[in-house]
Ligand binder design. Structure first.
Ligand code: ZN
Length: 453
């Protein structure tokens, strides 16, 4: 193949630059060792919602490529998680719905009555596509794996960019989400954590998670989102605050179009700081939907990647165990930039803003080839200072009604908390029998009667 002189020059210059400039450097703000784990099953990126559908699972492959090209794998424990089992999905979802998901195919869909499709909310947003049950079991399996690593103390921060599908309901899919991996993970975390805080910075209201924990004081859900009563999913007004025991434990921050970096960060910090101080979560789940970035295909905010990442950095600074999940995001190149950047934030390193030129999908990141394209200014900012101040005041008022951090009774660690499947249990049992050493334990077994605070 003939290579023009200019190509050669560019190549040699870039090569030299890459050699001289490190891909990242450690921020070394403090010396505490934070164990970060990265949970990714590459199969998840192979599924396809349909050519015209805005949700593109290949954005996860792009993200993973970027993370690898920056060599962030050097900093983290890497796991390729197994799929969630049907039993695990049934911890939240109804059996009817999961059976439907498991058996439906595009061919069968054509023969089903409209009523059945309507019953399970099948349509343009949530189509039936090949392998959708497997796809759901893969991303949910990764979130559950991440939650188990947090529970066992192996990880302080566990990341699953394929998770964060916050709209899925107990009986039906919604807004491109089939199975609610967030609810499943929080349910798992609640087995050992007295209080879990859920923080959602997706463009859309985190309705599925809010609904699931609407009546409990053990989970505080906080969602920042676009709201006008009509925008999908239509919920998320500041007046939705929880019910019964859960009264005031659901927090909603409704925003208008075009919010910019400075006002978003200021509002986020001024609300999250008092909420965390008052609720005192023992674990935080943060959903990092990327559709709140400027220039998102379905979006209407003006956030840059650094501003979105600042919200993750701020939550990390509290030093609590964190489950970090993806979510929406419909301009794949920016989604992958964001989640790679946030991976670096969670690992406390600063990345070279120039995307490594040996990335297989390098061409996708032109013309700037930077991790930080300019994303603000497309939409007019309709959030006046006065409006944001009034939202903040309403939420701080709600906070006054909160009791101090609710406590729960100490309880035994459930015996199945390791998340091993029956086959895995059998395999380990056989191995133990083979070695003929009954005292040898090959998994993180909890002792009977052991108590957790
Ligand atoms: Zn969204």
């Amino acid at each position: 193949m003939a290579i023009s002189i200019s190509d050669t020059e560019t190549f040699s210059t870039d090569k030299k630059t890459t050699e001289q400039t490190p891909l990242y450097y450690a921020n070394s703000s403090d010396n505490r060792r934070v164990n970060v784990s990265y949970h990714y099953n590459p199969e998840v990126s192979q599924y396809h919602y349909g050519a015209l559908h805005p949700m593109k699972p290949f954005r996860l492959m792009l993200t993973d490529h970027l993370v690898i090209s920056y060599k962030l794998y050097e900093k983290m424990d890497l796991f390729t998680p197994r799929r969630a089992t049907k039993e695990e999905l049934l911890a939240f979802h109804s059996e009817d719905y999961i059976n439907f998901l498991q058996t439906i195919t595009p061919e069968k869909t054509a023969k089903l009555p409209d009523q059945t499709l309507a019953q399970f909310n099948i349509g343009d947003d949530c189509p039936v596509f090949d392998g959708m049950y497997d796809y759901s079991a893969i991303y949910a399996g990764a979130s559950l794996d991440a939650s188990r690593k947090l529970i066992s103390g192996m990880s302080d921060i566990a990341i699953n960019w394929s998770g964060g599908l916050h709209h899925a309901k107990k009986f039906e899919p919604s807004g491109f989400c089939y199975v609610n991996d967030i609810v499943l993970s929080i349910m798992n975390l609640l087995r050992v954590h007295p209080r879990v805080m859920y923080i959602d910075i997706d463009l859309h209201h985190g309705d599925g998670v809010q609904e699931a924990f609407y009546t409990t004081d053990r989970v505080m859900t906080v969602s920042f989102h676009k709201y006008n009563g009509e925008f999908f999913p239509g919920t998320g007004s500041v007046d939705e605050t929880g019910l019964g025991k859960g009264k005031n434990y659901a927090i909603n921050v409704p925003l208008r179009d075009g919010i910019d970096d400075e006002s978003y960060i200021r509002l986020f910090k001024s609300i999250m700081e008092p909420l965390i101080s008052k609720f005192q979560p023992t674990c935080i789940v943060q959903q990092c939907g990327a559709d709140s970035l400027g220039y998102d295909r379905l979006g209407c905010f003006n956030l840059n990647i650094r501003a979105h990442g600042e919200c993750v950095k701020f939550i990390k600074s509290f030093g609590l165990p964190m489950l970090v999940l993806g979510g929406g995001g419909y301009t794949p190149r920016n989604v992958s930039r964001l989640w790679c950047y946030e991976t670096s934030v969670l690992n406390d390193v600063t990345l070279n803003h120039k995307i490594p030129n040996y990335l297989p999908t390098y061409d996708w990141f032109g013309p700037d080839f930077s991790l930080h394209p300019q994303l603000e200014g497309r939409i007019d900012n309709k959030n006046s200072k006065k409006y944001l101040e009034s939202v903040k005041q309403e939420i701080l008022e709600q906070l006054r009604y909160l009791n101090h951090a609710p406590s729960v009774q100490m309880s035994e660690i459930p015996p199945d908390i390791t998340g091993l499947t029956e086959e895995e249990e059998d395999f380990i049992r056989e191995l133990n029998e083979e070695t003929n050493r009954p005292d040898q334990i090959m998994k993180d077994e909890t002792r009977e009667g052991e108590l957790m605070v």
